[in-house]
Design a protein around this ligand. Structure first.
Ligand code: PEP
Ligand code: MG
Length: 554
């Protein structure tokens, strides 16, 4: 019974049929055309779009999935230049008078068959590349864009090379039982999303990923990071048992959902939820969250071909504020760029995107987009307790720039007699080393801090958060990051500012005593993690945490 080993990025057990993403739902039916010339234009356009996509994937692959992965996209690009392949494609359209998508399908089948018949293992392996390339071309011809997910008609386990946040967010989550991917790091946004939705997910399956077949039944073991194929009835029974145990554990923890997050000796640490979509707020509340510590508003920008309107943003923010009222809701302004690309903004490729045009830098430049968001936020503030948070801050000037725009929006709304709260806090994320060093000055300008450890680790250790090879550095980052946390909390508390931690590290139980010892006021995490952390907080003595923390920090 084959078991593919990978990295567990979201816990839980799921069983169901595989749906390979970027796969057009059905093979195109043979369709004759009256106008082969027009089909030829469509075909050539699709080939050119595919070349651009592959070029982009080729460039992004080494940092995301390792050097060797880029070869896959290179091979596919070369195939698009292959005279025999193109001749066969175009011949099927012009001579055979068949539709462009069918020509791609038929040509793909033919070449795959030829490659398999060579008897050469390497060449047979290339059949998968032809298959992948054909699917890409058919997807483009059907207007599915760059891997846009197909509509899900039944519950499935979504399988993809690498899950992109823009793809993941568009899937109908009610139909997603689990995620598996060939590559994708622990703190990539798709992994974060899977955790926040409580969907079992295993990534980094490597080459084993290619053995998965569309429609085959698999078991995703998000606890141990494994994918089980061709499970025997005994194995299924074992996993059913494991699933039942997890459910029992959930029910046990649920008893803590209304209890305070307070240590045995009375120190309170508020436990908040990180969410990416408005409908997650109510679920977070049910999981015992005491508020929203991070609403990643950029996820709203992944959903359509155009940026969301002021009205649709207003409605999304209002929903979260209403659902959580009177609890505090921290909505982070647009944090796009690097691994969070929103197709609707069509940002230019950059040589070093994580260090490039992203987050607050984009907002202070594209002020129309930013002011639209600020207007929507202010209007929504009338419905609950809103705190606005700025991402990727590196200096006080950026905060001042945002405050200026916020004031302009306030003036406009006042002039138009639109109601909004006068109690809105404006905070900043501490996720760059510069912000840590400037914490004293930032605390004089901002109302609160939230430490984004995902990016803080990436920038402090110069270790790309999406690069699986850098995982060991992320694993070793705690002492340095804890020292930073201790410094930031000290500076903030001296100026009466509150500090939260909202990176994935916030839910790490082994570091909890240190967070308490450092004086963190709030921890914000995936809703699924809240009760587990609450149980741990309630089991600790703050007085004992200090010694433990001193030992860890050296
Ligand atoms: C972080 O960087 O820690 C964070 C919470 O923000 P994101 O993961 O969305 O970049
Ligand atoms: Mg961040």
């Amino acid at each position: 019974m084959p078991v593919l080993k990978g990295l567990s990025v979201s816990g839980g057990i799921a069983a169901g049929p595989v749906l390979l993403l970027r796969q057009s739902a059905d093979a195109p039916a043979p369709r004759r055309t009256e106008n082969p010339e027009a089909e030829l234009v469509l075909l050539r356009d699709a080939v050119s779009v595919a070349k651009t996509q592959l070029e982009r994937l080729y460039r992004a692959a080494p940092s995301a999935c390792g050097e060797e992965s880029s070869a896959i996209f290179e091979i596919q690009s070369i195939m698009l230049e292959d005279e025999d392949f193109i001749e066969c494609l175009e011949g099927t359209v012009l001579g055979g008078r068949m539709s462009a998508d069918y020509a791609v399908f038929a040509t793909g089948r033919r070449f795959m068959e030829q490659l398999r018949q060579t008897g050469d293992e390497y060449m047979a392996g290339r059949a998968a590349d032809v298959d992948d390339l054909s699917r890409r071309l058919i997807g483009i011809l059907r207007g599915e864009g760059d891997g846009a997910p197909a509509e899900l008609k039944r519950p499935v386990i979504v399988a993809a090379e690498e899950l992109l946040p823009s793809q993941t967010v568009r899937l109908d989550k009610r139909m997603v039982l689990g995620f598996v991917s060939r590559c994708g790091a622990m703190n990539s946004h798709a992994s974060i999303l899977a955790r926040s939705l409580g969907i079992p997910a295993v990534s980094e399956l490597g080459e084993g990923f290619y053995s998965l077949v569309d429609g085959e039944e698999i078991i995703v073991d998000g606890e141990d990071g494994a994918v089980v194929r061709y499970a025997t009835p005994e194995t299924r029974a074992r996993y059913d048992q494991k699933r039942r145990e997890l459910c029992r554990e959930k029910r046990r923890l649920h008893k803590l959902s209304k209890m305070p997050s307070v240590t045995k000796d009375g120190v309170t640490v508020e436990l908040m939820a990180n969410i990416g979509r408005p409908d997650e707020a109510a679920a977070a509340l049910a999981q015992g969250a005491e508020g929203i510590g991070l609403f990643r508003s950029e996820f709203l920008y992944f959903e359509g071909d155009d940026p969301p309107s002021e009205q649709s943003q207003f409605e999304a923010y209002r929903q979260v504020l209403r659902d959580m009222a009177p609890r505090r809701v921290v909505i982070r302004t647009l944090d796009l760029g690097a691994d969070k690309q929103a197709p609707c903004l069509r940002m230019a490729d950059e040589r070093n995107p994580a260090m490039g045009y992203r987050a607050i830098r984009v907002c202070l430049d594209l002020t129309d987009i930013f002011k639209t968001q600020l207007r929507a936020l202010l209007r929504a503030s009338a419905y609950g307790r809103l705190a606005i948070m700025l991402p990727m801050i590196t200096c006080v000037e950026e905060v001042r720039g945002a405050l200026r725009l916020l004031e302009e929006v306030r003036c406009d709304l006042r002039a138009a007699a639109v109601p909004f709260s006068d109690q809105i806090e404006l905070g900043v994320m501490i996720e760059t080393p510069a912000a840590v060093v400037m914490a004293d000055k930032l605390a004089e300008t901002a109302d609160f801090f939230s430490i984004g450890t995902n990016d803080l680790i990436q920038y402090t250790f110069a270790a790309d958060r999406t690069n699986a090879r850098m995982r060991y550095l992320h694993d070793l980052s705690a002492p340095a990051i804890l020292r930073m946390i201790r410094h930031v909390v000290r500076e903030a508390h001296m100026r009466g500012r509150r500090v939260g931690i909202c990176g994935e590290m916030a839910a790490d139980l082994s570091l909890l005593p240190c967070y308490i010892a450092c004086g963190a006021d709030e921890l914000s995490m995936s809703p699924q993690a809240v009760l587990r952390v609450r149980e741990a907080v309630r089991g600790l003595n703050a007085a004992d945490c200090k010694a433990l923390c001193d030992k860890m920090l050296g």
